[in-house]
Design a protein around this ligand. Structure first.
Ligand code: 5GP
Length: 173
């Protein structure tokens, strides 16, 4: 089963053949043969979708519907990034998909390739806008995705925290 995620080109259109993308992944030490073994979605491998019940009343769903204001950093067709209302660092931005996903694993399993690529490229663009991208001279950042009770996830809509602007100390305080 070919992998839609790995083969998608930058604009969300499928790249021609697997070799180009495969070479990139080879650069990270992963054999290109494995690219074809990664399922794109649960549906592609015939497994049951995850039993997450999305709560349409959660605060991020209300932000997406425009019922609650937010300080938007970046918005695309599939993704919204906005400042956290209770920042834990000088820069603290939340990146959320516009689709109805509860956790990281839910998003990874059921989002389309276009949504997945858009989400991650938008998150990286946010880092660039915040000036924290190490490869561009920034001092670095941390991404966190709380999922489920042990993580103390407060809002049941998948979101990625991007934190930076100071040394963030150890991984878990
Ligand atoms: P979690 O604990 O679920 O990983 O993080 C939820 C985050 O959402 C918290 O950092 C919290 O400050 C933020 N948050 C909760 N309600 C709102 C809101 O109405 N607006 C914004 N911008 N952030 C919120």
């Amino acid at each position: 089963m070919p992998c839609k995620v790995a083969l998608d080109g930058p604009s969300g259109t499928p790249a021609k053949g697997g070799n180009r993308r495969g070479r990139q992944i080879d650069g990270l030490g992963i054999a290109s043969a494995f690219v074809h073994m990664i399922p794109a979605t649960n549906q592609d491998v015939g497994t049951t979708p995850m039993p997450y019940q999305y709560d349409d009343t959660n605060i991020f769903a209300r932000i997406l519907r425009g019922e609650i204001p937010n300080r938007t950093v970046l918005e695309t067709d599939h993704t919204l990034a906005f400042h956290d209302i209770r920042p834990h660092a000088p820069a603290h931005v939340l990146v959320i998909p516009k689709g109805r996903y509860v956790t990281f694993d839910h998003f990874a399993a059921e989002a389309s390739a276009t949504e997945l690529v858009d989400f991650h490229r938008t998150a990286a663009q946010v880092c660039a806008l915040l000036g924290v991208t190490p490869g561009a001279g920034g001092a670095g950042y941390r991404t966190i995705a709380n999922s489920g009770p042990d993580s103390n996830q407060e809002v049941p809509h998948y979101h990625l925290h991007i934190l930076g602007g100071r040394n963030l100390g150890p991984l878990l305080a």
